[in-house]
Design a protein around this ligand. Sequence first.
Ligand code: DLL
Length: 435
Amino acid sequence: MSTNYYQKEIETMPLDELQKLQSERLKEQVKHVYENVAPYRKKMDEMGVKPEDINGIEDLHKLPFITKDDLRDEYPYGYVAVPLDECVRIQSTSGTTGRRVVAFYTKEDIEVWEDCCARAIVAAGGSNKDVCHVCYGYGLFTGGPGLNGGSHKVGCLTLPMSSGNTERQLQFMEDLGSTIICCTPSYALNLGEAIKEKGIKDKIKLKAGIFGAEPWTEEMRRDIEDALGIKAYDIYGLTEISGPGVSFECEAQAGMHIQEDHFIAEIIDPDTGEVLPEGSVGELVFSCITKKAFPLLRYRTRDLCILTREKCSCGRTHVRMKKPTGRSDDMMVIKGVNVWPSQIETVILNQGYQANYQIVVDRINNKDRIELQVELTPEMAADPKLNVKKKESEIKSGLKSMLGIGVDVSVVQPKTIVRSEGKAVRVIDKRKLFG
Ligand code: DLL
């Protein structure tokens, strides 16, 4: 394996040095936040914690958490820690429920964020020889601006395509010889489908893709790699912590390295808030130790995952997070059973379907009902021996053994389920559970 780094010294820094750096940065950051963010100062005062009590990462657990609700309550400026004339950018979450969260950046914060994205691009094999095709949305969403900035830093020829208009995406990809693509994994599959339909796979020069912003399974990775003829890398991030690049995969494709010189990660029990040991599944919590404008400490992401410090073959020393298995708030409780969409996806992809599916949950006469629609692949639909009932019952029994509950399954013709250009909406929950 030949490994490239964007910032080798920091990416491969021995753990003891890295933790020393984190401790120094954390101490400074807590002071900065305490002095400048009134709602956080209040939280610390209520818990009886002063900046002097934080002498290093071993004291992190003493600090209060921040949740999305805290940010919404203080919308828009409550958690901004520098005068507004030092801020140069705002980005925002998509905010499908409740108020949007807006994040603020100084010039230096943008540098940090773009460095993180540049590290991800280089880890995916990118260099100034590449044409980097960015079809994450541009605008308030962080995907487009983040990868765009990282791509500039690496020196790639950057194509700021934004999302949508698949025809035009393919035209540019072909004409300009795009070699790296950045988009959501669900859109990558749509592009793969369109390339196959047009029969232009041999004209596409892609070698790598950097996919994130939504959960995707290993099975989906395999499908994307086949459809586009590339190596598919995962990238993770959230607006509140800066955007994409908080963590990313290297060529080992075995979990995403969290950029620990900028973000300290913890895994907690989502119910009690207790910090869990390495290897436990729990909620991921981040503390930003270099950002100045919007420096969240102990921010609860609601993403569930596992951290590992096992040695990585790429030489990076930064802790890795496994693919998030779901969100503590995305988990559905159906017929009393915890169900994550990723479990359903694993079953259908293992049976040869693609990730074109929709889950509808309803409650009829006080009984939960879960229905899954799955698209046949064009090959399945064209098979003269296709037996729809058999296909449906195979999926049903796969789901029964994965989830332990019955699911109503219908297979539908290719192209029936609406395609996404950004984050896919997999679940429609019609139950009115929360008033
Ligand atoms: O989705 C930032 C991003 C853009 C990440 C482009 C990667 C690529 P938000 O819109 O604030 O930010 O959504 C953040 O998306 O808490 C996760 O639940 C989910 N998410 C992001 N990346 C991944 C991933 C961007 N690789 C929320 N795997 C996060 C699973 C992801 N879920």
